[in-house]
Design a protein around this ligand. Sequence first.
Ligand code: KE4
Length: 435
Amino acid sequence: MNPSSPSAAVGKRSRSEAAFQEARQVLPGGVNSPVRAFRSVGGNPVFMERASGAYIWDIDGNHYVDYVGTWGPAILGHAHPQVIKRIREVAEHGTSFGAPTLIETELARLVIDMVPSIEKVRFVNSGTEAVMSAIRLARAYTGRTKIIKFEGCYHGHSDYLLVKAGSGAATHGVPDSAGVPATTAAETLNARFNDLESVQMLCEANPGQIAGILIEPVAGNMGCVPPEPGFLEGLRKLATETGACLIFDEVMTGFRVAPGGAQQRYGVTPDITCLGKIIGGGLPVGAYGGKKDIMAQVAPEGPMYQAGTLSGNPLAMAAGLETLKLLQQPGVYEQLEKITHLLCREMGELLKQKGIPHYTTQVGSMMTLFFTENPVKNYQDVCTFDRDRFNRYFWGMLDNGVYLAPSQFEAAFVSLSHTDAEIQKTLEAAEQALR
Ligand code: KE4
């Protein structure tokens, strides 16, 4: 039990504690992805066993209203019966052949129909792979090497993108992880989210060298931070003027904030789009796509090499296809928007009553409650949050049956399975957690 957590409405978590001690013997940090280790909130992670709809159960038998949603894919709710049924049916005939299958073309056609900028798409196995490949594509297409990204945005763990602004911020980045060569990092520049001038300055300092401007059109990895009016339009204009590719990393926002992602919601068309999470319906799928003349660079059609043993495997394609089909049903996105707005409104009211400084953001069915009184427009603003208050909130919510991302720098995800009942449970938990 975390020392700062109040008495638990949820039962003990002793099996999780024991499981974590064992996992640490064989897995670095006891996990297969760092954020799961709960390091930023202190204490040890909860081991989960099953999930259904809006709920997840831990190995001690406690259950929680889930707002992590496996970091985005579970937009329908966990274990949707039609998705599970489809996975079972396809698995009976084999999971992967390493050969073309009809279902890859079917999913590709659906993605092309849904996402305005995509005329051709390549499936890969993660968001990291999608963005890594998109950068190589932008470099192949433009013949240039430098990439502009934005502080606070995360695009997976490829070397090109584990890069922060260094002393020579205007002309080169520096590694933000051990193992990333300085020479690699030097090709990546960091601008400030919602600050067009910071992008303009980098373009002027590196004339004719920018291969791509890469952005999460709605930031989700510094918490949910929407683009200010005109910001995405300004990036579009800059990319066109300078000959750089505008790359939208829609791994999180794709099929989340609108059927056609952020590019549909905000009416700004990128040159290359990266997808992940929801597109796999909970199985490992990523994708990158764009106009035919850009995608013509991709092998075997063109000179840019990219490959993958399990890319387009029928099992993952089936999960993604079934998920996207279900998302196309009438009223789905209105329902997601409505229930998420209810959550934001009611939580805001509660914090106001308690006199707790906060700033809430929502785009579609992703949202973040920031424990800061300042408006949040970029990464620097997020960093003003009250860490102790957040950590007490996190553990209080967990102890009262609500599972949140263990970091202020993450978004919460609402699914089609979240109803008024789950919002009510969340408010009751918050009433306890925010005492
Ligand atoms: P994956 O390689 O984790 O599938 O995708 C990387 C990625 C790329 N782009 C965006 C916008 C992303 O949000 C992500 C991954 N998101 C994190 C959560 N913020 C995944 C959770 C984790 O790293 O364990």
